[in-house]
Design a protein. Structure first.
Length: 155
């Protein structure tokens, strides 16, 4: 698991069935659910989260796009945000509050951009994102038979 890898560990060899880590970082897509409501359904919190994330992340970096989406299907854990890239892992976070979630996401996106395949080590994620983790989906174009994360040693 990614928690077990030292932050500075890099593989010395790459098996032929696994692509080398990307040399350049591609665009990052931050998708914010704008239909998220509070647990009791009394207020829609998604638009506020989108506005905050867009203001904090979307303008500062041309390689990051912040977009609104209608639903990420994590309705019991509002507000919900996904971070993805074409050749990177997709992370889905829930239970985010506007202020703390936005600050955590800004830091996470920076780490995501500087990590191979966007695989941000567990210890580099803010506590709110550790607790709010819903899913981590491997890159679509990379799927080794043994299921290991890129750069990890066989067990």
């Amino acid at each position: 698991m990614d928690r077990d890898l030292p932050a500075d560990e890099t593989p010395t060899t790459m098996p032929a069935d696994r692509p080398a880590p990307p040399a350049s970082r591609g665009p990052v897509l931050v998708s914010v659910c704008i239909t998220c409501k509070t647990a009791d359904g009394s207020a829609v919190v998604g638009p506020g989260m989108f506005a905050a994330v867009k203001a904090a992340i979307g303008v500062a970096d041309a390689n990051v796009t912040v977009r609104q989406v209608q639903c990420l299907s994590v309705c019991k854990r509002p507000a919900t945000v996904a971070v993805s890239s074409p050749d990177g892992y997709t992370f889905l976070f829930g239970d985010l509050e506007t202020e703390s979630g936005t600050a955590a996401l800004k830091s996470f996106v920076e780490s995501y951009q500087n990590s191979d395949y966007g695989l941000v080590p567990w210890r580099e994620r803010a506590e709110v994102l550790r607790k709010g983790m819903v899913a981590r989906v491997p890159p679509a174009r990379w799927s080794p038979d043994d299921g290991r994360a890129p750069g990890s040693a066989p067990k």
